[in-house]
Ligand binder design. Structure first.
Ligand code: KG4
Ligand code: ZN
Length: 338
């Protein structure tokens, strides 16, 4: 079964053709990062306009690269939540138009479920149940993946998402938006023990996260140094910050896995591209004899292949949308598991 998938929840306009949830026949991603970089973050209005400008061409390119015509496609999948509402609506309206005019089924896909599904593309043998650490620009969760369409969130951030924290710290250190990947590179040459940043205490669930205190600690360090005219080695700050993030996310994930009895762990979301997080999680899993699954780097950030993969499992589970499909800015994974 061939699915044409569309993703436009944030600042990437993406279309992919995916066969049977695993064969990625094409995967086209048009990024808007250069435009948003001027403003230091995503400007929702600009994102919507740019999606509208390029979604047709991105879809054409995906069909051409897959050597397919629309008539070869069996269903249309689209990200409908969560995300920037105007951005989501561009992809949804386009997908609805394609589905309604061609008479093909329309499958609504949750963006975070898509990130988790990126692992099934790289590792088709991965079978739920397992525990997945989801760290992206907008979300930080520890999720029990019960089956390929049902989830239970056992930990979540109380404030910033991990990627957001990476990007804010990167900006403070003078890197361009989105700075997560620059922190990753800088951390490779910096001293991870140069600074000791706090591990924020979180009230409530022991697997919940908080990143705003860590972010503030780094910002204060940098500002205090600049007020005193001192120069910091930013690679050392980056490496120490990244070490702290790794300790937090890996520590919570291992604690949850041990308490809940999971020996299979997944990693997903844009921050899953981070070499420090990948290495630290691998080490922690190896130490405990856990099996770890991580997406290939090309499927870590936002893309439509992951939506086409998840769309296949949602299709098998009977999920369908009609012309009344709307975008939803905030929607938990648990809501779609009811
Ligand atoms: O999942 P994603 O592409 O978009 C959302 O759904 O939010 O995640 C984007 C986030 C950004 O914050 C970006 O800086 C971060 O992922 N990111 C990284 C790396 N590559 C992307 N953070 C740390 N290290 C990286 N190598
Ligand atoms: Zn994402």
């Amino acid at each position: 079964m061939k699915i044409l998938a569309i993703e436009s929840s944030c600042d990437e306009t993406a279309c992919a053709i995916v066969e049977d949830g695993v064969n990625v026949l094409s995967n086209i991603v048009a990024t808007q990062i250069a435009e948003h970089r001027l403003y230091g973050g995503v400007v929702p209005e600009i994102a919507s306009r740019m999606h509208a400008e390029c979604i047709y061409q991105v879809t054409q390119e995906a069909l051409t690269a897959a050597n397919c015509a629309l008539s070869d496609i069996d269903a249309i999948a689209v990200t409908y939540a969560p995300g920037l509402i105007g951005a989501l609506l561009v992809g949804i309206s386009f997908a609805k138009g394609l589905a309604m005019s061609s008479g093909k089924p329309l499958i609504p896909v949750h963006h975070i479920a898509g990130h988790i599904a990126a692992n099934y593309i790289s590792h088709p043998e991965l079978e739920p149940p397992y525990l997945c650490l989801v760290v992206s620009g907008g979300h930080s969760h520890i999720v029990e993946v019960l089956d390929r369409t049902r989830y239970r969130v056992v930990g979540r951030t109380h404030d910033d998402a991990a990627g957001e924290c990476f990007d804010k710290v990167a900006r403070t250190l003078g890197y361009e938006y989105p700075g997560g990947k620059y922190i990753d590179s800088a951390a490779k040459i910096g001293d991870p023990k140069a600074y000791n940043f706090p591990h924020p205490r979180v009230d409530g669930c022991e697997y919940d996260f908080s990143f705003s205190g860590l972010k503030t600690a780094v910002i204060n360090l940098v500002h205090n140094a600049s007020q005193k005219g001192e120069t910091l080695v930013r690679e050392d700050v980056a490496a120490s910050f990244q070490r702290t993030v790794c300790e937090i996310v890996v520590g919570k994930t291992m604690a949850a896995a041990e308490a809940l009895g999971y020996k299979t762990i997944g990693l997903a979301g844009g921050v899953s591209a981070n070499s420090g997080v990948r290495g630290a999680l691998q080490k922690a899993c190896d130490k405990r004899g856990f099996k770890l699954y991580m997406p290939e780097l090309k499927y870590c950030g936002d893309n439509a292949a992951m939506i086409g993969c998840q769309g296949y499992y949602d299709y098998l589970a009977g999920k369908r949308a009609d012309s009344s499909l709307n975008g939803i800015a905030t929607l938990s994974l648990e809501k779609i598991s009811e």
